[in-house]
Design a protein around this ligand. Structure first.
Ligand code: FES
Length: 251
């Protein structure tokens, strides 16, 4: 139901009784999410400029078979499925891209294309229900990214810090907050419980649930800022690795 309290006018795609500029909401999603998808795809298949010194692009982490012993294509392709499945099945992104790319519906109380509707009960959209498992996978990937951020503090075995270190560190922090704000994680912590005091470990679960709820209420924000940060972290490593810019050492 639209915030304006009107329902979709009977009719086809785009028909509505709304008088506001409802389409403004989907334009940034088309541009930013579409642009990110394009950039990430090109970078994943590029297969070079993904590391420099102690820095490793998050698009290539964990780095597998970088010397092409048994995999002749870009190593990013081997690991792409993990982060991609997490983002693609995210409850927030689902809403965003169903509206922006499938126009299904384009916005609240706005007519959608006429077609039979099966929701997420049939292939391929039934796979969206695997989001909880994608979360488990994302946590494993996060562990590798934390390891990369830690590694980014060591230049030829000596402790130090460059701009790239900060870029990778901020990125993994934002990705961690995005993951912690996940609806599935909140559900696991306690969202599915009717009574905390009756449950095993009820008190710590209640505390965890409250903390995760605080983050979950801002999930959309973390979804976007972490998308920017992961794209920027890769872009920065690419610039330094290709020689387009020089990394600045802070100490
Ligand atoms: S709901 Fe968005 S990451 Fe889980």
């Amino acid at each position: 139901m639209a915030a304006s309290g009107v329902s979709a006018a009977k009719g086809g795609l785009g028909s509505t009784l709304r008088r506001d500029s409802w389409w403004v909401e989907i334009l940034p999603v088309i541009v930013v999410l579409g642009g990110f998808g394009l950039y990430a795809t090109l970078r994943a298949i590029e297969g070079k400029f993904y590391e420099w010194g102690p820095y490793l692009s998050p698009f290539y982490s964990p780095l597998i078979d970088a010397n092409h012993r048994w995999w002749k294509w870009s190593p990013a392709i081997l690991i792409l499925g993990g982060p991609l499945s997490f983002r693609a099945t995210c409850y927030y992104y689902r809403k965003a891209y169903y509206r922006a790319f499938f126009l299904d519906p384009p916005s609240c109380a706005v007519g959608e294309p006429k077609r039979s509707y099966s929701g997420e009960t049939k292939f391929p959209f039934i796979l969206q229900n695997l989001h909880r498992y994608a979360l488990y996978l994302a946590i494993i990937f996060l562990a590798f990214l934390w390891k990369d951020a830690f590694h980014a503090f060591f230049f030829n075995g000596k402790f130090g810090m460059g701009v790239g270190t900060l870029v990778l560190l901020v990125n993994v922090c934002l990705l961690s907050i995005y993951t912690l704000s996940c609806h599935s994680l909140r559900h696991l912590a306690g969202g599915k419980l009717d009574c905390f005091s009756c449950a095993t470990f009820g008190k710590p679960r209640f505390a965890a649930w409250r903390g995760l709820t605080f983050l979950n209420e801002r999930h959309m924000l973390f979804a976007w800022v972490s998308l920017f940060s992961v794209g920027f972290a890769d872009f920065y490593v690419r610039l330094v690795s290709s020689g387009a810019i020089q990394d600045v050492r802070i100490f």
